[in-house]
Design a protein around this ligand. Structure first.
Ligand code: SAM
Ligand code: SF4
Length: 338
């Protein structure tokens, strides 16, 4: 078989031209979703035809290639990862990869009542569960179809399954749910979970609101939290974009993900695979490589796949430039893999 220039000289780790080591992959398993969050999707989204989506085997092959190249953590995402058929089998296959520290997932929680225990048994280490409102009517408005009661049942099921850690993800939109910052943090503390507050990013054209009008910075969110909790700054880093604070007298941490107000690109350690097999080098840029055609054109050739990943990494941009007034990135978050 051709060597594709990958021999013993193959780097054990993925390092980009700016010296950043990539050891974290976000793998989108579907662009479809059972919700339609206003800031994430247009109301009348069209989804990819099924044959364009990576098969279970292709997802596993991609994960294997990345782990062989030094990736230590894989997060399964989407769209909604739990609506992907055979997701449990995929978790099981990825969790068994030698060299991987953990496989985690971000979910909207709607299917957790049924699936929490199987996910845990298959080897999923941690779960991020998204929630933007604890008010039933508002939850329905923000998700267009979601049922908050089902979400609560999902959280309880996840707690019973005893994942290593549970974290809430909340996107805060000024004028919509900025009055719930404290309630959301309180819910996290009461349930011994962490919580991350995320600034809305201008990904995709939406009609529900003007993104520039709903921007609220992590600094403003932190001010609100400071008025209610005793927050202790943390030096801890996951190597990712979150800045953390501890809440005194609790086991909970609060993360601030600030892609708009605080550029964190210099410590970026991650890449994303879209559901149709496009390796995205940066959330806020279109630099990418089509790995699906590599796999479909050369089935089973892991060495070629790895060499293409190494090659793609040379195009990782130094940073993103988001402007809420301008939609430079037409790709929606469900296409991107959050
Ligand atoms: N469906 C799953 C969920 O909602 O958790 C996983 C995919 S979703 C795209 C991942 C995360 O991205 C969610 O926490 C969601 O709130 C966040 N998100 C979606 N669109 C966003 C946007 N435009 N800006 C910032 N975060 C966004
Ligand atoms: Fe679906 Fe998650 Fe996007 Fe909401 S944020 S529409 S749950 S993919």
């Amino acid at each position: 078989m051709a060597s594709h220039n990958l021999s013993s000289a193959t780097p054990a780790s993925l390092v980009d031209p700016f010296g950043r080591t990539v050891d974290y992959l976000r793998l989108s398993v579907t662009d479809r979703c059972n919700l339609r969050c206003t800031y994430c999707m247009a109301e009348d989204m069209t989804f990819l035809p099924r044959q364009q989506i990576l098969s279970l085997e292709e997802l596993r092959d991609v994960a294997t290639a990345f782990v062989e190249l030094g990736v230590k953590k894989i997060r399964l995402t989407g769209g909604e990862p739990l609506i992907r058929r055979d997701i449990i089998k995929l978790v099981d296959a990825i969790a068994g990869l030698q060299g991987l520290d953990e496989v985690t997932m971000t979910t909207n929680g709607m299917l957790l009542p049924k699936m929490s225990q199987s996910l845990k048994d298959a080897g999923l280490a941690r779960l991020n569960i998204s929630v933007d409102s604890l008010k039933p009517k508002r939850f329905k408005e923000l998700t267009r179809t979601g049922d908050l009661e089902l979400w609560h049942q999902g959280v309880q099921a996840a707690k019973q399954a005893r994942f290593n850690k549970l974290k809430l993800n909340a996107v805060i939109l000024d004028g919509f749910n900025d009055d719930e910052v404290i309630d959301l943090a309180r819910f996290a503390v009461d349930n011994e979970m962490d919580i991350s507050f995320i600034e809305e990013m201008p990904l995709g054209v939406i009609s529900s609101h003007e993104r520039s009008a709903t921007q609220i910075s992590s600094a403003h969110i932190r001010e609100q939290l400071d008025s209610e909790f005793s927050l202790v700054d943390s030096v801890e880093t996951t190597g990712g974009p979150s800045r953390y604070v501890h809440i005194a007298n609790s086991s909970s941490k609060i993360g601030f993900i600030s892609p708009m107000s605080n550029n964190f690109c210099e410590s970026c350690n991650r890449v994303r695979m879209t559901a149709e097999g496009r390796l995205l080098l940066c959330l806020g840029n279109e630099h990418s490589m089509d790995l699906r055609s590599v796999m479909r054109g050369n089935p089973g050739d892991t060495e070629l796949l790895k060499s293409k990943i190494i090659q793609a990494l040379q195009n990782k941009p130094e940073r993103h430039y988001f402007d809420p007034d301008k939609i430079d990135i037409v790709r929606f978050m469900n296409m991107t893999g959050g």
